[in-house]
Design a binder for this molecule. Structure first.
Ligand code: CA
Length: 224
């Protein structure tokens, strides 16, 4: 396991890092959120532990930037306050789990192991939502028994939406996934890609919903 810890409380960061190294994990530490997005592009991490309260940009903004570049890395947020707002905001921003301080180191390690395991399983399996089946590694989608042809771009976008089923994915996140695209790519190009994808997958009983001002979410079509 290779872990990046972003935590400005150094004694806490050190004790987390020590516990992880005792498990044979490789650990890198950062006390600020700004360099994180770039670090994730340079290094192969298995999981990110991210404190919400940081000097400079906070953990939530850091997470937004990480997801905006298309990373699906498992992320566990550390928060000092257990408020519903923090939790909802954290999960909507793309966190996979969170832990409220103070916490037991053993629990943190157990949660991270579970996160990485779930992530590895999902990466290698066929994802299913209603009658839509999608095998990301083979780039193959089926609506019921019918194979559906997807372009390379549509595959990348569908893979991410399926990993995040039921959650809002921003336009920036989706644009950041598409090779050659970035946040400056026109909304029209993305809207066109999404509407093509929608036409192909919605017969499977799923809905690729536009969330005005926020982005898109893939979900089960509600029964009429
Ligand atoms: Ca902090």
């Amino acid at each position: 396991m290779h872990v990046l810890i972003v935590e400005d409380d150094l004694p806490l960061a050190d004790s987390i890092a020590q516990a992880m190294r005792a498990q044979g994990w490789r650990v890198d530490l950062s006390t600020r959120g700004e360099p994180v997005a770039a670090s994730l592009q340079q290094d192969e991490y298995d999981v990110l532990v991210l404190d919400i309260g940081l000097p400079g940009i906070d953990g939530l903004e850091t997470l937004r930037r990480v997801r905006a570049q298309g990373s699906v890395l498992p992320v566990l947020l550390l928060t000092a306050r257990d408020t519903v707002e923090d939790r909802v905001l954290g999960l909507e921003t793309g966190a996979d789990d969170y832990l409220v301080k103070p916490f037991a180191l053993d629990e943190l390690l157990a949660r991270l192991r579970a996160l990485v395991r779930r992530h590895d399983v999902r990466q290698g399996e066929t994802m299913v939502l209603s009658a839509l089946r999608f095998d990301a590694s083979a780039r193959r989608a089926m609506v019921g028994d019918r194979p559906v042809h997807l372009s390379a771009r549509e595959c990348v976008v569908l893979n991410y939406l399926m990993l995040k089923t039921g959650r809002i994915v921003s336009r920036e996140q989706l644009a950041g996934l598409v090779p050659g695209w970035d946040a400056a790519t026109s909304d029209n190009a993305l809207e066109l890609l999404v509407s093509r994808l929608r036409a192909k997958i919605e017969p499977a009983g799923v809905r690729l919903r536009t969330v005005r001002g926020l982005g898109y979410t893939l979900e089960l079509a509600s029964p009429e």
